[in-house]
Design a binder for this molecule. Structure first.
Ligand SMILES: Cc1ncc(COP(=O)(O)O)c(C=O)c1O
Length: 492
C-alpha cells in the first residue's frame, strides 16, 4: 500500500464519533495494515507532521500512535530518515496469532471453495506454443489509438459514463449485427446483440438467465476450460457430451431430464479442431429440440478458416429460436480488449440487456465507440483478411515441421481453421512428463481439459498454438519439441 493510500485508509476509518481515542484508532488501523501485509516490510510511512496535517489531527496524536507501534516492533524509526514498517520477523507474536486466528475462523463459502478447484487457464500468454493467442504485434495499434482518441477528443461525456443500455453502445450493436449477417449468416437485429466483457461473461450471463442452480449443462468433452469453470461457478451441474469426428453428438451423449443447456463450438471444436459438418449441425438442432435444450454456440475461430467458405452458423440454421450465439474480439483483435458479444433470440433481448445492466453495470463506451468505427470503416474485415493469410502460413509451416520431426508418432488435427493444432501421440507417452520436458526447452504446450473419460486422447494429446508464434520461431520450437518428446520416451 502506498503512503497516500494509507492516508486514505485512515481518513475513512477514523471517526470523531468513535469513543475510542484518536491516537488508539490510528494505532489500530496501522497495526492491522502491517499484520495483513497491506503495508510491507521496509515501507516508509508519512512523517507524523504530514500525516497529522492530512488527517486534521494534532501532531502529538500521530506521534503517540507511531511511538507505541515502534515500541511494539510493528514500525522502526531511524533518526533523520523516517519511520518504516518493521521486518516481518520482528513482528510481535501476539499479532501473528491474532492474524492466523482470523484466517481460521473466517472461511470461504462452499461455492467459493469449489470455485478454487475448477479448471483454470495457462498463466503464460507469449511464446511457442501457447494456445489461443493472436499475434498482437501485427494489430494496427496506431489506427486503434486514433479511433479511441477521436471519441475521447469529442468530449462526449455520455461516453464517459455508465452504459445507458446493458446491451452495449447502439452503434456497436449495429456494427456487430451487420458484420455477422454478412460473414457468419447470423440472422439478427442489432437489439439482439448483447455486448459483454468477453466469453466468460457471456457464459455467465447465459447460465444465470437460462438455467437455475442444479440444472445441467451438457458440454463437449474435451472443451475450453472456461465452460466447466464458469457454468459450475454459476451453480450448474456439468455433463460430458460425446465429441467424435463430426464434433459434438447429442445422439451419442447422455442427456438427463434436468439438462437445460448444451454448449458447442462447431466452427472449430476446441481443442480437437473438428469442424462440424452440416448434417451434424442439423442433427444437433433436432436433438436440442427433442430434449428442449438451449444451445450455446461458441463460434470460436470462425474468422480464421483456411479451406474456403465457412459453414453456416447454427444460429443461422435455427428455426425455433433456441440458439444463443457467442463471439469474441479476443482472437480477431487482441485478447486484452475484453469485449465479446452474444446474439440472443429476439424475445430474450430486453431481458438479457437489462440483466447485464443490473449485474455487471457495463461501461468502457469510448472503446465500444472506437470498435464500432473500426468495424464500420472496414478495418476489422481488412485485419482479419490479412491475419488469415499470415496464420494460414504459420499453420502450414507448423504442420510440415511437425510431420518432418515426429512423423508417424503423431496425428494432427485437420488444417481447416483456427489458431492451434491438436496433436495426438500414436504411441504411449506420458503427457505430464512431456509438459515438463517441453518447459525445459522453454516451450509451453496447451493442456486439453477433460470432463469425462476419453482414454483415446486423455494423457496423450497436447494443444499447440501458432497464432502468437512468428514464422521464424516455428522451426526452432519444433526442434525443441522433438528433443522434449525424445527425452520423454527415454531415447536420449
Ligand atoms: C473455445 C474458446 N472459446 C472462446 C474463447 C475466447 O474467450 P474470451 O472471449 O474470454 O477471450 C477462447 C479463448 O481461448 C476459447 O478457447
Amino acid at each position: 500500500m502506498r503512503a497516500v493510500l494509507l492516508t486514505d485508509l485512515l481518513s475513512q476509518a477514523l471517526s470523531e464519533a468513535n469513543p475510542v481515542p484518536m491516537q488508539r484508532q490510528i494505532y489500530d488501523v496501522i497495526r492491522r495494515a502491517v499484520l495483513d501485509h497491506s503495508l510491507v516490510a521496509g515501507q516508509k510511512l508519512p512523517s507524523s507532521r504530514a500525516l497529522a496535517e492530512e488527517l486534521g489531527v494534532s501532531r502529538i496524536t500521530v506521534s503517540l500512535a507511531y511511538d507505541r507501534l515502534i515500541a511494539e516492533n510493528y514500525l522502526t524509526a531511524s533518526t533523520g530518515s523516517g519511520t518504516f514498517v518493521a521486518a516481518t520477523t520482528d513482528l510481535p507474536l501476539a499479532g501473528k496469532s491474532e492474524a492466523s486466528h482470523a484466517r481460521h475462523t473466517m472461511a470461504l463459502s462452499q461455492r467459493g471453495t469449489m470455485i478454487g478447484t475448477l479448471p483454470g487457464g495457462l498463466q503464460q500468454f507469449h511464446g511457442a506454443f501457447v494456445p489461443g493467442v493472436p499475434d498482437a504485434s501485427l494489430f494496427p495499434f496506431h489506427l486503434w489509438r486514433r479511433l479511441v482518441s477521436r471519441h475521447i477528443g469529442k468530449g462526449d461525456l455520455a461516453l464517459a459514463g455508465y452504459a445507458a443500455d446493458g446491451g452495449g453502445l447502439p452503434a456497436l450493436r449495429q456494427a456487430v449485427a451487420s458484420y455477422l449477417k454478412i460473414s457468419r449468416s447470423v440472422v439478427c437485429d442489432p437489439e439482439q446483440v448483447i455486448i459483454t466483457a468477453g466469453t466468460h461473461q457471456s457464459i455467465d450471463l447465459c447460465a444465470r438467465m437460462l438455467a437455475d442452480p442444479g440444472d445441467m449443462a451438457v458440454i463437449e468433452n474435451p472443451c475450453h476450460w472456461a465452460f466447466p469453470t464458469v457454468l459450475a461457478a454459476a451453480g450448474m451441474q456439468i455433463g460430458a457430451g460425446v465429441v467424435d469426428e463430426g464434433g459434438l453428438s447429442l445422439a451419442a451423449s447422455h442427456v438427463p431430464r434436468h439438462a437445460r443447456l448444451v454448449v458447442t463450438s462447431p466452427s472449430h471444436q476446441y481443442p480437437t479442431g473438428v469442424v462440424m459438418p452440416l448434417a451434424r449441425r442439423l442433427e444437433l438442432l433436432q436433438g436440442a429440440r427433442d430434449h428442449n435444450l438451449w444451445v450455446m454456440e461458441d463460434d470460436y475461430d470462425s474468422e480464421f478458416r483456411y479451406d474456403g467458405t465457412p459453414l453456416p452458423s447454427l444460429q443461422g440454421l435455427d428455426s425455433d429460436a433456441r440458439v444463443i450465439y457467442v463471439g469474441t474480439f479476443s482472437k480477431a483483435m487482441f485478447a486484452g480488449i475484453r469485449l465479446g458479444y452474444l446474439v440472443v433470440p429476439a424475445h430474450l433481448a430486453q431481458a438479457f440487456a437489462s440483466a447485464s445492466a443490473r449485474i455487471y453495470r457495463p461501461g468502457q463506451l469510448h472503446i465500444q465507440a472506437a470498435l464500432a468505427d473500426y468495424i464500420d470503416e472496414g478495418h476489422f474485415a481488412q485485419h482479419i483478411r490479412r491475419m488469415r493469410v499470415e496464420y494460414g502460413e504459420r499453420q502450414q509451416l507448423l504442420r510440415t515441421s511437425l510431420a518432418r520431426a515426429l512423423g508417424d508418432a503423431i496425428t494432427l488435427s485437420e488444417a481447416r481453421a483456427g489458431l492451434h493444432l491438436f496433436m495426438r501421440f500414436n504411441l504411449p507417452l506420458d503427457a505430464a512428463v512431456l509438459h515438463a520436458r517441453a518447459a525445459e526447452e522453454k516451450l509451453v504446450l496447451g493442456v486439453p481439459r477433460f470432463i469425462g473419460a476419453r482414454p483415446d486422447i486423455d494423457g496423450r494429446s497436447v494443444v499447440l498454438g501458432f497464432g502468437g508464434v512468428p514464422q521464424d520461431h516455428i522451426a526452432r520450437g519444433v526442434n525443441g519439441l522433438k528433443r522434449a518428446v525424445e527425452r520423454t520416451l527415454g531415447r536420449r
